[in-house]
Design a protein around this ligand. Structure first.
Ligand SMILES: [Zn+2]
Length: 199
C-alpha cells in the first residue's frame, strides 16, 4: 500500500545520505498520506543511502504497524508532531554536523537569513535531552518546535517538518546551512545580526 509515497520516502532518505546530513543508520524520514491518514516511515536501524520502498513501514497515527518490520525508534515524535500540527505531513530527522554541534552546545540558532525567516519561521530552538524513542522525548520536541518548522534535539540532532517531503528535505538543508553560517560568523569574532521571522 501507499507505493508512491514509499518511493518518495526512499528518495528523500537516500538524498539525506548523499548530501551527508546523515551517516550509517542515523536519521529517519516519514510522511502522512492525506487520504488514509496512514504514515510511511523508515524502519529502525535502516542505513539511509540504500533505502528501497519495500523495506519501509506503514503505521497508523497510534503507532500500530500495518506493514513492514519494526519502524524507526523516532516514530513517537514523528506521530506526535503530526498530531499536534495537522498541516504537517512530512518529518525529517538528521544528525547533520553543524546543527548537531549547536544541539550539543544547547544553543538555539536565531533567524539569521531569509531562508530561516521564510521557511523555518522562527528561531531553531533546542528541545531538552530525553531518552531516544521515549514519550518525554516526543513531548519535548513537539513543545519546543511550537509553530516553527525546525527544532534541534539536545545532544542528538535536528528535526525539520513541512507540508510535504520535498519541503521538509529543503528545511533540513536550510537548518544545516544556517548552523554552518552562524558558526562561521561567530568564528570570525563577529556577532550575528538577526531578522524577524516571516508571519
Ligand atoms: Zn537520531
Amino acid at each position: 500500500m501507499l507505493e508512491e509515497l514509499k518511493k518518495k520516502v526512499a528518495d528523500v532518505a537516500n538524498r539525506l545520505a548523499s548530501e551527508e546530513l546523515v551517516r550509517g543508520a542515523s536519521g529517519n524520514v516519514s510522511t502522512r498520506d492525506e487520504e488514509t491518514g496512514l504514515v510511511v516511515i523508515t524502519p529502525t536501524k535502516a542505513a539511509l543511502g540504500s533505502v528501497t520502498p519495500d523495506i519501509l513501514c506503514v503505521v497508523d497515527m497510534d503507532g500500530n504497524v500495518l506493514e513492514g518490520g519494526k519502524p524507526s525508534s523516532s516514530t513517537k515524535f514523528h506521530l506526535k508532531i503530526m498530531k499536534n500540527r495537522p498541516e504537517i505531513k512530512a518529518v525529517v530527522h538528521t544528525h547533520s554536523p553543524y546543527a548537531t554541534a549547536f544541539s550539543v552546545a544547547n544553543e538555539a540558532i536565531p533567524v539569521i537569513n531569509i531562508e530561516v525567516s521564510s521557511k523555518i519561521r522562527g528561531d531553531i530552538k533546542v528541545s531538552p535531552y530525553a531518552q531516544n524513542g521515549s514519550d518525554i522525548e516526543a513531548e519535548n520536541i513537539t513543545a519546543t518546535l511550537g509553530k516553527a518548522n525546525a527544532v534541534l534535539m539536545q545532544n542528538h540532532g535536528a528535526v525539520a517538518v513541512a507540508e510535504d517531503l520535498d519541503k521538509a528535505l529543503l528545511n533540513s538543508f536550510i537548518v544545516e546551512e544556517a548552523a554552518k553560517m552562524y558558526s562561521i560568523v561567530r568564528s570570525m569574532g563577529s556577532t550575528a545580526t538577526t531578522i524577524e521571522p516571516k508571519k
